[in-house]
Design a protein around this ligand. Structure first.
Ligand SMILES: Nc1ncnc2c1ncn2[C@@H]1O[C@H](COP(=O)(O)OP(=O)(O)O)[C@@H](O)[C@H]1O
Ligand SMILES: [Mg+2]
Length: 263
């Protein structure tokens, strides 16, 4: 179970590019305010998609939820406990190129199951996850032998096998061609329907957010605050073309992100 609360979260970094040249510079602020008083809550089992302009602090926020970085002020709570350090058992950060190249797909998925001593159960679990992402015949392939989409699906199987309470995905479809992007997205949606883990997805693609999320969050440019939170109470699979409500929301978000003519 994983219930996440973000309370009055602020983050600033020292601006490394602006070197102090005078006494005045040293006294003046050389910090970049990235996040500005963020308050959010993610319910157990919810899939929330987070949109926002590039550089607004989405990855920074995810890193703080995962405990890799500390807030400047405010806090993140998971199940009412303040996050102070990474907790590999409960949160999995999905990232591409996360597979070890010298291990097969099977061995990579097995990595997350080292704690299982019952070999039969372990093998059954590995097989299940590999089959879930449709890679049943590729268990003994190495990452370099897989296509981009297969690789991303293998990474997904590896993430799921860990059975984390929370899955964090930062731009999970980046670098995929259009059709592969669609297919892997479908895979993630199916996976979510099936396992119902708390899943946070950062994406720059508005359609991804509207098709996948139980809720969508739009953040502003830096210093970033929450500009929009919208529940997406629609069944899946969703078709943006035939849903006027989603269509209108899509236009609104495009506009919010600075594009006046949604395509
Ligand atoms: N470790 C760091 N030190 C200094 N500045 C950083 C650091 N990490 C991120 N930033 C700055 O914080 C801002 C937000 O970064 P990031 O969270 O990666 O944005 P996003 O994921 O929304 O594109 C950027 O301007 C980036 O340059
Ligand atoms: Mg980012």
């Amino acid at each position: 179970m994983s219930h996440i609360q973000i309370q009055n979260l602020n983050k600033h970094y020292v601006d490394q590019r602006r070197l102090p040249r005078s006494e005045e510079d040293i006294r003046s602020e050389r910090t970049i305010q990235v996040l500005d008083d963020i308050n959010l809550e993610f319910q157990d089992g919810e899939m929330v998609c987070i949109l926002g302009p590039s550089g607004c602090g989405k990855s920074t926020m995810l890193r703080m939820i995962a405990g890799f970085e500390h807030p400047s002020s405010g806090q993140v709570l998971i199940n009412n406990e303040v996050v102070t350090k990474p907790r590999a058992d409960s949160i999995f950060v999905f990232q591409h190129s996360g597979l070890l190249p010298w291990m097969t797909v099977w061995e990579n998925v097995e990595l997350g199951l080292r704690h299982l001593t019952d070999l039969e159960k372990k093998n059954k679990t590995i097989r299940e996850y590999i089959e879930m992402v449709d890679l049943g015949r590729f268990g003994n392939h190495f990452p370099h032998q897989l296509s981009g989409g297969m690789l991303r699906r293998a990474e997904l199987a590896r993430a799921l096998a860990v059975n984390p309470d929370t899955l964090i995905m930062d731009e999970p479809f980046s670098g995929l061609d259009f059709l592969t992007h669609m297919k892997v997205r479908e895979e993630v949606v199916n996976m979510h329907e099936f396992i119902k883990k708390t899943t946070l997805v950062v994406t720059h693609d508005i359609d991804d957010a509207l098709i996948m999320g139980d809720r969508v969050i739009v953040m502003s440019g830096r210093p970033s605050h929450v500009k929009l939170e919208h529940k997406l109470d629609f069944g899946r699979p969703r078709d943006l073309g035939s849903n006027p409500e989603l269509r209108a929301l899509r236009d609104e978000i495009f506009f919010m992100l600075g594009v006046s003519y949604a395509i």
